[in-house]
Design a protein around this ligand. Structure first.
Ligand code: GAL
Length: 674
């Protein structure tokens, strides 16, 4: 197949699969990588079909490590593990359950494998030996020490893939030769990584679920008065007349003058984002249109649309376009599309549901997040307006989608691990900050938030932001006592995001052009260094930086510095790599490291990005000799960059600090001054 991507077909694949439903954006461009042989041919994979479904045994070598399977909040390295890819909004155990499972894995041997199925597939990574196998591995054990050691070393030679119901499957193998190359090929095959609008990379704030238009006005003003950066203002369920299920119609009691409020907020530089989900209340204006395309079970009395049917997708998108987007809404937070009925509430539809397309509920759960993202894309293209959104489920081939995953769970270490794992499968993850018990918790969470794909302060549970009041009851009473000065310590954290915004925008543009995710595991960059394979609490931020988050309650931590020299981003202090080191970090300190030999462009922080924003840049050297870096310059919000209206600026800094720059491309504006 094209570009070192190999497709192997076994038996009769199902009709409703990720590739057939959402994988059609392929542009054939593998990011300029040279051709590479397949790691193994179809004949090396054993395939069988029986009453249970399809089983594959895919080759795996001793010592190979595996990553991926979509967003995995509980573990990074998968060798020896059994994972069931079930969509579940509350994945609290390391079982494979996820908001966004993806049947794709990467191997340290330098390839990736996508099993094109929407079934809740089980993966067992080099964990079992077949009865008839000639393998000589020691399987038995005489005591528990032996037992655990044997499991850790497990040297079997297969990844077992167990797909229920299917009578066959297509397997896509992405060659390397490196793991990073295989990941790039997968993301480029999906259509390339997303380039969000610049404003999407600023700070987001979501307001209390019970806010009225006056509360919204007040809060939007106070954020500006406090000189806190904020680009996106989000409204939670209360904006609609009906929320569970949704009407998608403004609640005029709370928002009588919404048209004017939108205008005011936009004039203050905010983009507006609305919470919603897909279950449609009988009062929803498109209910009648959607009825013929709905599944056979209701959720919250609303119908469940089958967005794989083109007519249903069109009706959903057209309504959003005319009723909301053309009236000034920039994007949505698509909640509840991730099977939320495992925690004792009937908040989703059964796996046994039937949909008009022929999909069942299991397949729909796997596809719903991606189908809804895909349904909306043509609107933004028609309006020549980029967007950035939140979504609670996603799937295979998601790299080009301007959607970032989030959760109702709240463990900070799981949220950090989410940034690490999402990048293995073309997903973006938002470790949002919500209510905080105290200042340290707030600041530590914010530090990770500003060094992530979407910098979200999700204040849906309380009327006032955490920097005004930590105590939930006092917060609701509007009592701000005891929180004086917190805002001044929050501001520099948010400003770090705005300083790095041009750097991050450029990292996303590389994602678009070559498929390398802007936030990723150290194992992608340092695959040959086995120490990086299990690191779940550090990650790369673009090509030049590495972040080691601090958890609340800690004053120091161990950080693994891969080979080479590293510099502290803030102090410039230099450290030798290929070792673990302990670093002290007071609450205000962020452990952000820069690879030696990097030139980092930073901006004077603005509170929000407009089409006219010109960033005042400073360029910082980390290391000796001639250093270079690039920046991406375009209008930051339309799709004109696809027509060549984008410049790549190359900055060169000589040892003595002299700076020169070249601009190449067809954008005739200037976004950066030096
Ligand atoms: C949850 C969602 C939260 C918030 C809440 C509002 O499902 O994850 O972020 O939007 O609904 O009711």
């Amino acid at each position: 197949m094209m570009n070192s991507i190999y497709k192997y077909t076994f038996g009769t694949p199902e009709e409703h699969t990720p590739f057939k439903l959402t994988g059609q954006r392929i542009d054939g461009d593998a990011g300029g990588l040279p051709a590479c042989e397949a790691p193994f041919g179809a004949e090396a994979i054993t395939f069988s079909v029986n009453a249970r479904g399809t089983t594959l045994n895919i080759p795996a070598a001793p010592g190979e490590q595996f990553f991926g399977l979509g967003l995995q909040l509980k573990s990074v390295a998968q060798r020896g593990k059994k994972k069931v890819l079930r969509v579940n909004s509350d994945p609290t155990l390391d079982l494979g359950d996820s908001h966004a499972p993806v049947p794709f894995y990467l191997s340290t041997a330098g390839y990736g494998v996508l099993i094109d199925t929407a079934r809740y597939t089980t993966f067992q990574f080099a964990s079992h030996v077949k009865q008839a196998s000639a393998e000589q591995r020691k399987e038995s054990a005489d005591n528990t020490d032996d037992l655990y050691a044997a499991r850790a070393l497990s040297g079997t030679t297969h990844v077992l893939v167990d797909i229920p119901a299917a009578k066959g499957v297509d397997v896509y193998v992405f060659a390397g030769p490196t793991m990073a190359d295989a990941l790039k090929r997968y993301n480029m095959f999906s259509g390339g990584g997303v380039l969000p609008p610049m404003w999407g990379l600023g700070i987001w704030y979501r307001t209390w679920v019970y806010s009225t238009q006056d509360a919204v006005r007040e809060q939007a003003k106070s954020i500006r008065a406090d000189r806190l950066p904020c680009d996106v203002f989000g409204l939670e369920p209360g904006w609609q007349t009906r929320a569970y299920s949704c009407s998608y119609v403004w609640n005029r009691e709370k928002y009588p003058d919404i048209e004017q409020v939108i205008e005011e907020l936009r004039a203050q530089g905010y983009h507006l984002n609305l919470w919603e989900h897909l279950y449609m209340h009988p009062e929803c204006p498109i209910y009648g249109e959607q009825e013929p395309y709905a599944g056979d079970y209701k959720v919250w009395g609303g119908l469940v649309p089958d967005l794989s049917v083109p007519e249903a997708a069109k009706s959903f998108r057209d309504y959003h376009k005319t009723a909301l987007i053309e009236k000034g809404i920039s994007g949505f937070k698509l909640d509840e599309c991730d099977n939320s009925d495992f925690i004792g509430h009937p908040w989703s539809y059964p796996e046994a549901s039937q949909f008009p397309s022929g999909m069942d509920g299991e397949q729909m759960h796997s596809m719903m997040g991606m189908l809804s993202q895909q349904a909306m894309m043509p609107v933004y293209e028609e309006l020549n307006q980029r967007t950035y959104n939140c979504v609670r489920s996603s799937g295979a081939y998601a790299a080009p989608m301007p959607y970032v995953l989030y959760s109702d769970l709240y463990s900070l270490s799981d949220f950090i691990r989410g940034v690490v794992t999402a990048g293995f499968s073309g997903l973006l993850w938002c470790p949002e900050v919500r209510q905080s018990g105290d200042e340290e918790d707030l600041i530590r969470r914010l530090q990770t938030v500003v060094l992530s794909p979407l910098a979200m302060i999700n204040n849906w549970m309380v009327p006032h932001p955490a920097w005004k009041q930590f105590d939930t009851e006092k917060n609701k009473e509007g009592d701000f006592s005891g929180c004086e000065g917190v805002v001044d310590r929050v501001r520099p954290v948010l400003e770090l995001r705005m300083k790095l915004l041009p750097y991050l925008y450029n990292a996303f543009n590389s994602y678009r052009k070559c498929g390398l995710p802007p936030f990723r595991s150290l194992a992608v960059d340092y695959t040959g260094d086995a120490n990086t394979h299990t690191i779940d609490d550090q990650y790369m931020v673009g090509d030049a930086m590495m972040y080691a988050p601090m958890l609340p309650g800690k004053t120091s931590r161990e950080v693994y510095l891969p080979a080479g020299k590293w510099h502290n981003f803030f102090t410039g202090e230099t450290y030798e790599g290929a070792t673990k080191r302990t670093f002290e970090a007071a609450v205000a300190d962020i452990l952000l490291f820069v690879r030696d030999g990097s030139l980092i462009p930073t901006a004077k922080p603005v509170t929000h990005v407009t089409p006219d924003t010109v960033f005042e840049m400073e360029v910082r050297r980390f290391g000796g000799g001639r250093l270079t870096c690039t920046l991406t310059e375009d209008d930051g919000e339309s799709f004109d960059f696809l027509k060549g209206e984008q410049n790549i600026i190359t900055l060169t800094s000589e040892e003595d600090g002299r700076l020169t720059l070249t601009r190449e491309g067809g954008y005739d504006g200037v976004r950066y001054v030096f």
